[in-house]
Write a protein that binds this ligand. Structure first.
Ligand SMILES: *Cc1c(COP(=O)(O)O)cnc(C)c1O
Length: 225
């Protein structure tokens, strides 16, 4: 059995919907990137996604991302791999080696580890800061009130360019307020990228300014448990 045609159709439907939603919101469709979240997806679907033309993928664990992508890099030089899950400082070396974008910078200890690895490997993944817009105690991310100081320190003490902000709204709340807050914070800080919106809420995120949407099940179908 192959589900390749299915992936191609799903991807095209998503791209069409992103295009239509962007136009409806008076935004340029080509300023919105579809990130296919490939965590816990079978190999055949990754291959189908590549065959369909998808090049930008999100993963939330470093080890799984290596298993999925390290061996495919050589064959697909235009891959863009984005880390969208929490990063432990002891995995910073592997993350810097593999990812093109790290979306989950959220604490000083991680910044130190990333700086060290970026200097050692002479490789500089682009960086987004994760914001805990719902101020949930169990969730990663910088609380909104601390964000300006945090981004300031990232720029001055660590020499980082912060390209954008990322958030995962609380599951039980309507996401729009969180997306609007993230957009406001990014505008205040002068950072251009907004990573927000998943399968269930990416149209809302696009209306509120998302520059990348992270779509997993909506792109690939249900994940392995
Ligand atoms: C898994 C995941 C997604 C994708 O979720 P879907 O509901 O499958 O679209 C998006 N963002 C993050 C941070 C994730 O961990």
């Amino acid at each position: 059995m192959t589900d390749a045609p299915d992936i191609q159709a799903r991807r095209q439907a998503l791209l069409n919907d992103i295009f239509a939603t962007a136009q409806d919101a008076n935004r340029q469709p080509n300023t919105i990137k579809l990130v296919a979240v490939s965590k816990r997806q079978p190999e055949a679907r990754l291959e189908a996604a590549l065959a369909a033309g998808q090049r930008v993928f999100g993963e939330n664990r470093v080890q799984e991302a290596q298993a999925h992508w390290a061996g495919r890099r050589a064959g697909w030089p235009d891959l863009e791999l984005r880390l969208i899950g929490p990063l432990q400082s002891n995995k910073a070396a592997d993350a810097v080696a593999l990812f093109d974008v790290i979306e989950t910078l959220d604490r000083e200890k991680l910044a130190r580890a990333l700086r060290k690895e970026m200097d050692a490997q002479k490789r500089a993944p682009r960086l987004l800061v994760q914001v805990n817009t719902g101020e949930e105690p169990q969730k990663a991310g910088v609380p909104p009130a601390e964000l300006p100081d945090f981004v300031g320190r990232m720029r001055t003490q660590y020499g980082f360019t912060i390209d954008g902000l990322m958030c995962i709204p609380p599951v039980e709340e309507p996401p729009g307020l969180h997306f609007a807050l993230l957009a406001k914070l990014a505008a205040d800080l002068g950072v251009p990228e907004l990573s927000m919106g998943m399968s269930s809420d990416y149209p809302t995120a696009i209306r509120l300014g998302a520059t990348s949407v992270r779509v997993g099940t909506g792109f690939f179908g249900p994940r392995d448990s």
